[in-house]
Ligand binder design. Structure first.
Ligand code: AHR
Length: 498
């Protein structure tokens, strides 16, 4: 069985956007506490940040981190998390039914971002709060000084403003589970009012309006339309969130999850452009895909105690990812890159422990889940322009999406350097892939890495952290502009050529 691709640097989609490689840190479960922050840990630095996790975050190639939620943000008072630690209040945290100690807050997050070398993306509470609190937060983070809140930041040790550029106007406000859940027109008005006021201070901010929390929401489509009718001229992006899992034991459909992501993006682009057409506007709204990942089972599952106990940093949704999940994550990144003309930001949710590529044990090791690898490699190799890729592939049958191409791929091209990312979504059939490179001028293969294996459910653990890792693909050959290689069944591959 064979498939082929033709690559031509003349046919481009858009530049690779570094913000495609964002992730997400929420005050949820052990993402913050004993994830990125654990003062007593042997690797902890002077701020209590785990250096092992900081190193893995840099290796993951993360460009931007969304914070502090998620559902958490809709009940959060940012002031609780600044100032002397001993004065910070303990609060009931309703979204994830926990106790929030506020020992990690805004200033710690900004210091952590500087050390991790990532850009912050700040979410504001439009659940229990509104315009004034958003302005207060903006004054604290972004105003240079000489006002009550900017001077307070100085007193807390940060003389220079943080200059946060990208802001989420709330989180998943379409979801009935959200504290302060609203109708589309109520939320659209609030987003517009908040955006208008924030822009009076800084016109150049990048603002994200909440789109749908999934394409399966009953209000999907009409939510985007109603919200954007209220705030089209005042925001830059509309958000998408999507989580995929094989809960029904249907791996063929699960492996084709990127087909759903492609359709989701195309539908939101169509909805946004429809509003733009109604408004006779030449402005284009882009997408912030600020939560995406594989996620199994019960959406708030707790594994270390009763779900209804009020405790600090309980273990919640610490999903253990396998090889198949890594192939799906690699494929979802292919979908995001392919849409670089409209996807401006994307965040793998989340970063540590909570449905995360990085796992930790308190007072113990940190390790890479299988899903870590496709993200890290794609972030490292994708550069320059995303190319339009013409693929000819055999089809695989799926219950959810009908027949879909077994091979899905994307490529990037940067001054003579080519990167190709591809998956074989077939459950059992290896595929011989031929890539026509004659128009690219590349003559050598620098790297050919494949994730595949006998056991599609294999996982990594604290004691076996490198069971599922990429391996050199030694079937690759390049002669006279023609590259051939074997893509094993259920596999993800990255090629670096020049
Ligand atoms: O990432 C976990 C949760 O998923 C987020 O808090 C919420 O926005 C989404 O439902």
């Amino acid at each position: 069985t064979s498939a082929s691709l033709i690559l031509d640097p003349a046919f481009t989609v858009a530049p690779v956007r570094r913000r495609t490689f964002g992730t997400f840190v929420e005050h949820m479960g052990r993402c913050v506490y004993t994830g990125i922050h654990e003062p007593g840990h042997p690797t902890a630095d002077e701020d209590g940040f785990r250096k092992d996790v900081l190193e893995l975050t840099r290796e993951l190639g993360v460009s931007l981190v969304r914070y502090p939620g998620g559902n958490f943000v809709s009940g959060y008072r940012w002031e609780d998390g600044v100032g002397p630690r001993e004065d910070r209040p303990r609060r009931l945290e309703l979204a994830w039914h926990s106790i929030e100690t506020n020992q990690f807050g805004l200033d710690e997050f900004m210091r952590w971002c500087a050390k991790a070398e990532v850009e912050p993306m700040m979410a504001i509470n439009l659940g229990t709060r509104g315009v004034q609190e958003a302005l207060d937060l903006q004054e604290y983070t972004n105003h240079p000084g000489g006002t009550a809140l900017s001077d307070l930041r100085g007193q807390h040790g940060a003389a220079s403003p943080y200059g946060i550029k990208v802001w989420c106007l709330g989180n998943e406000m379409d979801g009935p589970w959200q504290i302060g859940h609203k109708t589309a027109s109520e939320y659209g008005r609030l987003a517009a009012e908040t955006a208008r006021a924030m822009r009076m201070v800084e016109p150049g901010l990048e603002l994200v309006a909440c789109g749908s929390s999934s394409s399966a929401m009953p209000t999907f489509g009409s939510w985007e339309r109603e919200v954007l009718r209220e705030c089209y001229d005042l925001v830059d992006h509309i958000s998408c969130h999507a989580y995929y899992g094989d809960d029904k034991g249907d791996p063929a459909s699960f492996l084709a999850s990127a087909v759903d992501m492609d359709r989701f993006i195309d539908s939101v682009v169509a909805s946004a452009d429809h509003v733009g057409a109604e408004l006779k506007s030449s402005k284009r709204i882009d997408i912030s895909f600020d939560e995406w990942n594989v996620w199994y089972g019960d959406r708030s599952r707790r594994t270390d105690g009763p779900a209804d106990a009020w405790e600090v940093a309980p273990r919640r949704i610490e999903d253990e990812y396998n090889l198949t999940d890594a192939v799906v994550v690699g494929n979802l990144l292919i979908s995001l890159l392919r849409h670089s003309d409209r996807v401006a930001v994307a965040c793998l949710a989340q970063l540590a422990n909570v449905i995360a590529p990085i796992r930790t044990e308190p007072d113990g090791p940190a390790w890479r889940q299988p899903t870590f690898h496709p993200f890290a490699i794609t972030s490292r190799l994708a550069a320059g322009q995303v190319l339009r890729v013409e693929t000819t592939s055999p089809l695989v049958a799926t219950d959810k999406f009908g027949e879909v191409p077994a091979v899905d791929a994307v490529a990037t091209y940067d001054e003579g350097k080519l990167a190709v990312f591809g998956v074989n979504r077939s459950l059992n059939t290896p595929i011989e892939l031929t890539v026509d490179l004659t128009r690219t001028g590349v003559t050598g293969v620098q790297e050919a890495l494949t994730m595949s294996g006998e056991d599609r459910l294999a996982v990594n653990s604290a004691t076996h952290p490198d069971r599922v890792v990429p391996h050199p693909n030694d079937t690759v050959k390049l002669r006279d502009g023609k590259l051939t290689l074997t893509l094993p069944a259920i596999s993800w591959t990255a090629l670096s050529l020049s």
